[in-house]
Design a protein around this ligand. Structure first.
Ligand code: AMP
Length: 209
């Protein structure tokens, strides 16, 4: 899944994962878990994430390659938030090539920056399981309580407006070039992220086959 922070990658990745019964691999979720568990990777990643910067490629790539070699990925998987730079994409291509595999599709969710800023301010995430909500569009049943695990939901520190601006700047600089990279490989699917989330999902699914 490609798209700016807050474009709805996570939401769509979960829906695709449910429909096709393949795991969703979110590098953001992996890092947040490592931070919560205070692992070495988590400690290294935290500073970058809190500032809205990307975690260095060398900390991300091996983690993802190891994850997609796990048993549950045999029938496929959906990468959510990876790759985010051209070097990450090249490292992924090389690792897949070595195993005689390739990416089937890359889905890009397109959305203007103004919509992102508005969306992110209302986004809430569970501090326990990471499930995300929006105070207006997809609120929790009970205010500030996660529907999935009853954990507390808060505004993620990297969703604060000043950090969102930084993340958007980095997205345009480092991640957006991936759109052309995958277009050139003829595996890019594009969808309009301003639509309602079910419309986006139906549009993606209709373009997958
Ligand atoms: P996300 O939940 O996907 O928005 O990710 C949250 C944060 O984790 C990002 O703002 C980055 O700091 C870091 N992160 C997640 N995936 C990557 C990646 N592929 N490369 C570098 N940093 C990442």
């Amino acid at each position: 899944m490609l798209g700016a922070p807050g474009a709805g990658k996570g939401t769509q990745a979960i829906k695709i994962s449910d429909k096709f019964n393949i795991p969703q691999i979110s590098t953001g979720d992996i890092f947040r878990k490592q931070i919560k568990n205070k692992t070495e990777i988590g400690l290294k990643a935290k500073g970058y994430i809190d500032q809205g910067m990307l975690v260095p490629d060398e900390l991300v790539v091996d983690l993802v390659i190891a994850r997609i070699e796990e048993d549950d990925c045999k029938n496929g998987y959906i990468l959510d938030g990876f790759p985010r730079t051209i070097p990450q994409a090249k490292a992924l291509d090389a690792a897949l090539n070595q195993r005689d595999l390739k990416l089937d599709y890359v889905v890009n969710i397109e959305i203007p920056d103004e919509n992102i800023i508005r969306r992110m301010a209302g986004r809430r995430a569970c501090i326990n399981c990471g499930a995300t909500y929006h105070i207006v569009y997809t609120p929790t049943k009970v205010e500030n309580v996660c529907d999935v695990c009853n954990g507390e939901t808060t505004l993620r520190s990297d969703d604060k407006p000043e950090t969102v601006y930084k993340r958007l700047e980095i997205y345009h600089e480092q991640t957006q070039p991936l759109i052309l990279y995958y277009k050139e490989q003829s595996i890019l699917i594009e969808t309009d992220g301003v639509q309602d989330s079910n419309e986006i999902f139906n549009d993606i699914v209709s373009k997958l086959v």
